[in-house]
Design a protein around this ligand. Structure first.
Ligand code: GLC
Length: 748
C-alpha cells in the first residue's frame, strides 16, 4: 500500500539526504579545483578578470531588440559578464549561456534569481515559515525551491535573507526569520542546507546567498535603505550570529547590504567583509553587492564618483558588482593606475571561478538546463504537498474562545467575508518568481472544497483592503445574519510589505476593523483570518474576535492549508517569530527587554518607572506565542546540578503532557537570564527549543543541555565570555508564558 503522502514526502527527503551525501564523495577534491582555477586565472587578461566581476539583470535579454539588449549580448560574448540575474527557464538560460561560450575562454555564466520562498510552487513567506519553528520543514521548503529552480537553469538563489528584523515598520521583516538571534541562526543553517544540499554540484541544488551583510534590519526608524548605527555588542550579539551560522553551514555566497554601518556603507566596509567574513570566519565563497549598492556609495557621500566607489568596494571585499556597472567601467583602469592591486581582483575572480567549477559548469555549461527534467520537477505533486504542510505549520492561532475553532463539520452555513477571501495573488506575497495565479488555491476555493456539500459557504467581499468605502457592509452583515459562523479574512495586499515598503502605520489598513465590528454586532461567532507579510496592529479584532488565525502569506496551497487548520484536520502549532506591538510607538519591542534601573514591578504603578503613560510596555502578542486546539502541562522540572564550571554542563529535564483531546505539537522554549554581568543582560534570551508531538494524554520527558556557549555574551572588550554568577532558567510555552523556573550558577 503506498505510503501516506506525508510519509512519502519524509522518506523522499530522507533519501535525498542520503543520496546527496553519497553524491558528495563523487565531488572533485578542492585541491583539483584550486589548480583548475589557478590555471584559468593565468590565462585571463585584466579585462577578462574584471568581466567575471560584473553581474547584470537579464530581463531585457528575453524581450524585444533594444540598444541595452545588444550591448549586453556583446558584453556577454566578449567575456565581460560573469553572471546574469533574472534570466530563468531552460530555454532562455541555454540561449544566453551559448552566447557566453562564444567568448575567448568560454567561461560559463552563473544564472541567479531571487528564489526566496519557492520557484513555481510557492511556499509561505520566510517570516511565516519561521513561525513553524520546524527546521526539517524549513530545510525541505528550501530544497524544493532549489530543485525547481535548478531544473529551470538557475545556479544561484539570493536567499536566505538572514537579517534579524525587530522593526515591523520595515517591510523586509517578511523575508527573514524574525527578531530572535538564536532562532534566526537555526533557520539560517536549515535554509542554506536546504538550498545547497550536502555539497554543491547536484542538479537539485543551487548556491545559497546569505544576505544582507550586515545589520540591514536595524535601519533607523524602520525606513528601508537607511543608515544603521549599532554598538559593537549589538552588532556581534544580535545581528552577526545568523550570518556566522550561514558560513558554518557552507553558504557559497554572501550579499552585502544597502545600509551604512556606523557611517561606512556595507558595500565598502572592509571591517565586515574582510576582517570578519573573509578573515575571522574564513569564508571562501564570494560576496555580491546588492543591486547598484557600489554605485550608491556616491549618493551616500562615501565615494567621489563611480571610479572611487569601485576602488573602495573591491578593496573592502565586494567581489561581484550587481548592476552598478562601476567595476566594468572603472576597475581595469584603476588597476593600471595602481589605485587597485591586481591581487584583489585576482582574489575576487578566484572566488567566483571556484563556485563555477564546484557546480560543474565547466564540464557541462548546460547541465542545469534540461527541458525534460524541468517538466518533471516543476510538476512533481510532492512539491505541493510540502508547500501545504509548511503553510499549515506556519499558521499561528492567536485566539480561540468558546470553541469557535475548529469549525464543526455539522455547520449549515458559513459566511466567508473579506477582501482577501477570493484573492489568489495576495496569498503568494512578495518575492514570487512566476506569480502564476493558476497555481494558487484561494481561501474561498479551499474552504468550499473542505466544507463539502453539507455546508454552504457564502462569500461577500464587504470592503476593500484599503480605502474608506463602507458600501459593502450591508451585504456582509446580511450574509452574517444568515450564517452559523463568520470567517472574516483581513490583512494587507502583497504589495504592502517587502522591499521598499516601509510603513509608519502598521494598523490593519482601510476599514477592515470597522467591518469586523459590524459583523460582530450581529452576535454571530466571528473567526478572523489575517493575511499579511509582517506583524500588524488590530487591537479591536484582538479584543473582540472569537478566534484569530494569523495565516501570513501562505503560498500556492494557502486555501487548502487554511481549510485544514480551520476544520482541525491539522492542529495549529505555529509560534510567533516576532513580537506584535500594541502601538507603533512601542517599536522596537523585541522580547529581549532589559530590566532597567526602574522596572515596572506592579501593574499600573508606573510613576517614575520605565514605562509609557499612554500604553503598556508589553506587546499585544509576544515572541514565541501561539495556541493549539489542545493544551499542555509542564511539570517536574529537574536541574542536574546547582552549579557548573565552564568545562561542565547542566541537564535540564521536565515532563510535558498533552492534557487536551487532540493530538498536537508544542514548541517548548528554554530562556536564560544572566542576573549580574559586566554588561547588563536582557531579562531573557532564547537559548534552545524543541517541537514535540504528543497524543492526547501522552507525556514525554524533555531534556535540554546547558553548556558554557549558552551563557556567553560579548563583553565591553568584545570578547565572547561566560562570567561566573547566578542564572535564571525559564521553560516557556511563550516568552511571556513561563511555565517552569529554576536557578543555577556558573562557578570559576
Ligand atoms: C534587491 C534586494 C536583494 C535582491 C536583489 C536582486 O534590491 O535588496 O535582496 O536579492 O536586489 O533582486
Amino acid at each position: 500500500m503506498p505510503l501516506p503522502s506525508s510519509k512519502r514526502l519524509f522518506f523522499s527527503f530522507l533519501l535525498l539526504s542520503v543520496s546527496a551525501s553519497a553524491f558528495a564523495q563523487q565531488q572533485p577534491s578542492s585541491a583539483a579545483i584550486e589548480q583548475k582555477v589557478t590555471t584559468l586565472l593565468q590565462q585571463m587578461t585584466l579585462e577578462e578578470k574584471v568581466g567575471q566581476l560584473n553581474q547584470y539583470s537579464g530581463r531585457e535579454l528575453t524581450g524585444p531588440a533594444s540598444n541595452r539588449k545588444n550591448d549586453l549580448l556583446n558584453s556577454i560574448r566578449s567575456g565581460q559578464v560573469g553572471s546574469m540575474l533574472n534570466v530563468k527557464g531552460v530555454k532562455d538560460t541555454r540561449d544566453i549561456q551559448a552566447e557566453a561560450l562564444k567568448s575567448r575562454l568560454k567561461i560559463p555564466l552563473l544564472f541567479s534569481l531571487d528564489v526566496i520562498h519557492g520557484y513555481k510552487t510557492v511556499f509561505p513567506v520566510p517570516l511565516a515559515e519561521a513561525a513553524s519553528w520546524d527546521m526539517a520543514a524549513i530545510r525541505l521548503s528550501a530544497h524544493v525551491a532549489a530543485k525547481e529552480a535548478a531544473a529551470s537553469g538557475i545556479h544561484w538563489t539570493f536567499a536566505p535573507m538572514v537579517d534579524v528584523g525587530r522593526d515591523p515598520r520595515w517591510g523586509r521583516v517578511m523575508e527573514g526569520a524574525g527578531e530572535d538571534t538564536y532562532l534566526g541562526s537555526q533557520i539560517a543553517k536549515a535554509r542554506v542546507l536546504g538550498f545547497q544540499g550536502e555539497k554543491l554540484g547536484g542538479t537539485d541544488a543551487v548556491l545559497a546567498c546569505a544576505k544582507h551583510f550586515a545589520a540591514y534590519g536595524a535601519a533607523i526608524a524602520g525606513r528601508d535603505y537607511n543608515a544603521v548605527d549599532l554598538s559593537p555588542q549589538q552588532l556581534w550579539e544580535t545581528y552577526l550570529p545568523p550570518f556566522k551560522a550561514a558560513v558554518e553551514a557552507g553558504a557559497a555566497t554572501f550579499m552585502n547590504s544597502f545600509n551604512t554601518l556606523n557611517g561606512i556603507p556595507a558595500t565598502g566596509n572592509s571591517y565586515l567583509q574582510r576582517d570578519i567574513l573573509k578573515g575571522q570566519w574564513q569564508f571562501s565563497g564570494f560576496v555580491v553587492s546588492d543591486w547598484g549598492s557600489i554605485g550608491e556609495m556616491v549618493p551616500w557621500g562615501y565615494a567621489q564618483n563611480p571610479a572611487d566607489a569601485a576602488q573602495k568596494a573591491i578593496t573592502a571585499g565586494s567581489d561581484m558588482d550587481m548592476e552598478s556597472d562601476a567595476y566594468h567601467q572603472n576597475l581595469a583602469q584603476s588597476v593600471k593606475a595602481s589605485k587597485v592591486e591586481v591581487a584583489q581582483v585576482d582574489d575576487a575572480v578566484r572566488r567566483i571561478l571556484r563556485k563555477k567549477f564546484e557546480l560543474g559548469l565547466f564540464d557541462d555549461p548546460y547541465k542545469f538546463s534540461d527541458l525534460k527534467r524541468e517538466q518533471k520537477v516543476l510538476n512533481d505533486p510532492q512539491n505541493r504537498v510540502a508547500a501545504r504542510q509548511m503553510a499549515q505549520k506556519s499558521m499561528v492561532l492567536l485566539k480561540n474562545e468558546k470553541n469557535a475553532l475548529p469549525l464543526s463539520k455539522q455547520l449549515r452555513k458559513i459566511a466567508l467575508i473579506g477582501p482577501l477571501a477570493q484573492s489568489k495573488r495576495d496569498l503568494d506575497g512578495g518575492w514570487t518568481v512566476l506569480a502564476d495565479t493558476t497555481e494558487i488555491v484561494s481561501i474561498y476555493e479551499g474552504l468550499t472544497k473542505r466544507a463539502g456539500t453539507n455546508t454552504q459557504v457564502s462569500y461577500v467581499k464587504g470592503c476593500a483592503v484599503t480605502g474608506d468605502s463602507r458600501q459593502g457592509f450591508v451585504a456582509a452583515v446580511e450574509a452574517a445574519k444568515q450564517a452559523d459562523v463568520v470567517v472574516l479574512t483581513v490583512g494587507e495586499t502583497w504589495e504592502m510589505t517587502g522591499e521598499a515598503k516601509s510603513r509608519t502605520d502598521i494598523h490593519l489598513p482601510g476599514v477592515q476593523e470597522e467591518l469586523f465590528k459590524a459583523l460582530k454586532a450581529t452576535g454571530k461567532p466571528v473567526v478572523v483570518v489575517v493575511l499579511a507579510g509582517r506583524p500588524l496592529i488590530f487591537n479591536t479584532i484582538a479584543d473582540s474576535a472569537d478566534a484569530i488565525l494569523y495565516a501570513w502569506w501562505p503560498g500556492s496551497e494557502g486555501g487548502n492549508a487554511l481549510a485544514n487548520v480551520l476544520y482541525g484536520d491539522y492542529n495549529p502549532a505555529g509560534k510567533l517569530p516576532a513580537s506584535f506591538p500594541r502601538a507603533v510607538g512601542q517599536i522596537p519591542i523585541p522580547y529581549t527587554q532589559y530590566s532597567t534601573g526602574r522596572p515596572v514591578t506592579k501593574p499600573g504603578q508606573i510613576k517614575y518607572k520605565s514605562a509609557y503613560i499612554d500604553e503598556l510596555n508589553t506587546p499585544r502578542y509576544a515572541f514565541g506565542y501561539g495556541l493549539s486546539y489542545t493544551t499542555f502541562r509542564y511539570a517536574d522540572l529537574k536541574i542536574s546540578r546547582p552549579t557548573m564550571t565552564a568545562a561542565e554542563s547542566i541537564q535540564v529535564q521536565f515532563t510535558l503532557t498533552n492534557t487536551g483531546k487532540a493530538a498536537g505539537e508544542e514548541v517548548v522554549q528554554l530562556y536564560l537570564r544572566d542576573l549580574v554581568a559586566s554588561v547588563v543582560r536582557p531579562l531573557k534570551e532564547l537559548k534552545d527549543f524543541q517541537k514535540v508531538m504528543l497524543k492526547p494524554g501522552e507525556s514525554k520527558i524533555i531534556t535540554f543541555t546547558i553548556s558554557k556557549e549558552k551563557l556567553a555574551f560579548y563583553n565591553q572588550q568584545l570578547a565572547w565570555v561566560a562570567e561566573p554568577g547566578d542564572f535564571n532558567l525559564m521553560i516557556g510555552s511563550t516568552s511571556d508564558d513561563i511555565r517552569l523556573e529554576g536557578k543555577f550558577a556558573l562557578v570559576p
